[in-house]
Write a protein that binds this ligand. Structure first.
Ligand code: SF4
Length: 407
């Protein structure tokens, strides 16, 4: 049997409070998951993240019901299934927030902000909603696919951040206050560092925290950056994980293989996959996805420049060369035995198996890799039986390899 994380009870309370506050909020800004949440909070906006809603639609498998409604509006079924599920749910007048939190609908935006540091899809998705709600919209368009992020690039992004200020002032009715921005940046930095420490507890053997738990516990670092509540939550989670490491307790006790997951989660299959790995005494110890909300460059003394750097440097926004360096570092840090690349049908932006990365990584590190095909929300693209067979065979190979290496 795999380990249950006790902090999950607190997490549910924290997330419920977040959604309840949103429902009652005076001013709401919508934001992409790696958008400038700290700046928006400094103006007093409650911040809502449509991608989180997309993940909820996927995890509850409601996405399947709603994607066809977006397709009828002209969106391709091969476009980001967060986008199609979210637009479809809106057209169908449905939301999982109702069942989970007693909230009738997603919050109406006063302002919509996106950052294309992750993909261009967010621009189309958010613009569609801005048209529906007749709401002001601001886009940040940083340079993409960089090997290194230089001052020239961050300067461009800082200028775009600063252009948001008059719009935020007008919509919120509050003047920009640098001290408030420094404070939200400080809180965001503290929470993100705690989240990083929580993830790093899985460098221990056995690892206490697996990828599937991580996708649930990352809720506050995605939707509550810049709040005291997010910081407090990760303080508690880290305490629990550290005590598990100290007691030598792992996600699976007899950990025979340690795997890295690249790409999006398959939201509707988290439980099935988590059980599959634990039944095979294997742990997904780390992932690109959970690591995507570590913004260690944030610095409250220099909030604009540091945020521009932190949000432009993220993994998804980088070149293949830069991504390879991230992978090599994670493989060594987490003592990884094998890599799984999830080639997500509707998110090529967060799928890294299409340009030879698995082969190159194996050549450079000797670590075997497996590619599985699936999707974040559209389960029509995921063949469960075939994937289980592939994963079990891969885990067996990893175990045999370890035995040979130990001889
Ligand atoms: S990164 Fe992928 S999953 Fe996320 S919004 Fe963009 S296309 Fe969709």
């Amino acid at each position: 049997m795999s380990l249950e994380i006790r902090s999950t009870t607190l997490l549910k309370k924290v997330m419920k409070n977040y959604f309840t506050s949103l429902d009652k909020a005076d001013k709401v800004a919508w934001c992409t998951s790696v958008g400038p949440a700290e700046l928006l909070r400094s103006f007093g906006f409650e911040v809502y993240f449509p991608e989180n809603h997309g993940a909820l639609l996927g995890a509850t498998r409601q996405s399947i019901e709603h994607i066809p409604s977006a397709i009828k509006q002209g969106f391709s079924g091969h476009v980001c299934s967060y986008t199609t599920a979210d637009i479809g749910a809106y057209l169908d007048g449905s939301t999982p927030l109702k069942k989970h939190y007693g909230i009738d609908s997603i919050p109406k935006p006063d302002l919509i902000v996106y950052n294309t540091n992750q993909c261009r899809e967010v621009e189309d998705w958010f613009t569609w909603f801005a048209d529906q709600y007749e709401c002001p919209i601001v886009g940040i368009h940083p340079p993409r696919y960089l090997n290194e992020v230089s001052q020239d690039e961050t300067k461009l992004v800082v200028e775009q951040f600063k252009k948001m200020i008059p719009i935020c002032e007008k919509v919120s009715g509050n003047k920009f206050d640098i001290d408030r921005y420094k404070q939200t940046t400080k809180l965001s930095k503290e929470a993100t560092m705690l989240w990083q420490e929580a993830l790093r507890t899985s460098t221990a053997k056995p690892a206490p925290f697996n990828f599937f738990d991580g996708t649930i516990h990352m809720g506050p670092i995605v939707v509550m950056r810049g709040t005291q509540e997010a910081k407090d939550y990760y303080t508690e989670l880290l305490k629990e994980l550290n005590s598990l490491v100290k007691a030598g307790v792992g996600f699976v006790q007899e950990e025979r293989s340690r795997i890295f997951w690249d790409g999006m989660p398959i939201w509707g299959k988290l439980r099935m996959l988590s059980d599959l790995f634990s039944q095979n005494n294997s742990t997904i110890v780390a992932s690109t996805y959970c690591n995507s909300w570590i913004f260690d460059e944030l610095d409250e003394e220099n909030p604009f420049d540091s945020a521009a750097l932190a949000y432009t440097k993220i993994f998804i926004n980088r070149s293949e060369k830069a991504k390879m360096e991230f992978f090599k570092q994670w493989v060594s840090e987490y003592s990884v035995d094998g890599m799984i690349f999830h080639d997500s049908k509707t998110c090529f932006n967060n799928s890294n198996a299409r340009f030879g990365m698995p082969q190159r990584l194996t050549e450079e590190t000797g670590i075997p890799s497996l590619v599985i095909e699936g999707d974040l929300c559209d389960l029509r693209f995921f063949s469960e039986g075939q994937s289980i067979t592939k994963i079990e065979t891969f885990i067996e190979q990893l175990e045999s390899r370890t035995m040979v290496m130990q001889q």
